[in-house]
Design a protein around this ligand. Sequence first.
Ligand code: GDP
Length: 389
Amino acid sequence: MRFFAIGFGQAGSKILDLFVDNEKQRGAGIKHNVLAINSARTDLLGLRHIDHKDRILIGQTLVKGHGVGTDNKLGAKVAQEDIETILSAIDERGTHDVDAFLIIAGLGGGTGSGGAPVLARYLSEMYAEPVYAVGILPAPEEGKLYSLNAARSMITLLKYVDNLILVDNGAWKFEGASLKESFARINEEIVRRLTILARAGEPIEEGMVGEMVVDSSEVINTFKGGGISSIGYATTTAEPEKKKKFGFSLFKKSREEASFEEDKSMKIASLVRRAALGRLSVPCNIRSAERALVLVAGPPEHLDRKGIEKAKLWLEDQIAGVEVRAGDYPTRKTKYVAALVVLANVTDIPRVKQLQKLAVEAREEVEDAEKIRLEKTLELFDEDIDPLF
Ligand code: GDP
């Protein structure tokens, strides 16, 4: 699955930077196109792995490289003003090899929160490829303004994207660590998921045979519909195989061999269950998902068709719809077996409801505060003095 991945704003660019590094380190050889976009010059300079030519500073006339603060309306405005620059940068890099656009942004801030929906709108109008967004939700302790930004950004994004994959910073904050300290680890978790997703439909390493291949079109079919998705992930170490000691019968599997295979398939099935029921990118009710996708990656001798099929049947029972796609991706470049579960178009997401409520409260408080401030300022000048003009 080849992405045209765009990191918008600080969080989005940092996550993209890590994704680029990860793909290089793994020697994955999948050619993604990337762009980091920001209105803050220093944030762009802080990136380490994205080429300088793939970094775009926007809003120079309006904010002069200093960023938009947490004003996402200004974020949307600077994106709109410089949309031609962004679109020609995308065009120059080419889109003919691209399976989907992926816009990554923190929804609680300014540049990414305001800019991502503007870009999504243009991309969805101009290109046939699907447009996905990875939206990072603010943690509750970041306050109501961040909630208001996130709610506004989300509602606008949902008008234009083919899917919005949510990540909840609040749910992902690590025990005993501050939110800022958790960022690096949260970003790693996001990138792990994106990396596996990117493997779908890509050529397998030489000498490997995938038993159940998932094509990029199946990922696209899973995500279609314009809803919100959550992604689960779990890993286990791939223990060295003990299979060599089995007796050799040409026609029948020995009892040990059968039990070994059974064990392997149980392991895969339980790994997938762990991914679906464990830490999801945004906590949600699995029973409200319309579709699901399972991808299992790891050394080939640890992948098991029966296990994946078992997991698929189990997921079909769990979700609201019946469409579950599943496949494997054999690779020697890891000592782990990893399972990714996409729960597509989920509708029961408590954090989104909560954000909505906080956003309404924030908007009312802002309006009230503005009214009171106006009244009080006028009271300061209650003597009858005429203005100059
Ligand atoms: P922008 O540069 O104006 O788009 O603002 P940010 O990208 O910094 O967005 C702010 C939101 O993103 C807040 O809710 C932060 O909690 C979150 N955020 C900022 N940096 C990171 C990061 O590296 N990782 C994650 N997961 N969230 C981040």
